[in-house]
Design a binder for this molecule. Structure first.
Ligand SMILES: [Zn+2]
Length: 74
């Protein structure tokens, strides 16, 4: 397993890109606009956090939809 350094926190972690599969395939893919092509892979913790941010952080439009005025449901 290839040793890599997280581009976010600098932690050392193993990348299985040159093996049958990498642990990162178990995680959802990041949206393309969340990926920094110049950056290296992220460690498991940071990748999970990045996926979390990308999937949980609502856009402004989504926030508005979620914060719908309860009175509007009456
Ligand atoms: Zn990291």
């Amino acid at each position: 397993m290839q040793e890599k350094h997280c581009s976010r926190c600098g932690a050392t972690f193993g990348c299985g890109r040159d093996e049958a599969s990498c642990w990162c395939v178990a995680l959802p893919l990041l949206p393309r606009d969340k990926l920094d092509p110049a950056a290296d892979c992220l460690c498991p913790r940071c990748l999970a956090a990045a996926v979390d941010d990308a999937t949980a952080a609502p856009t402004e439009t989504d926030t508005d939809a979620c914060a719908a005025d309860p009175d509007s449901h009456a």
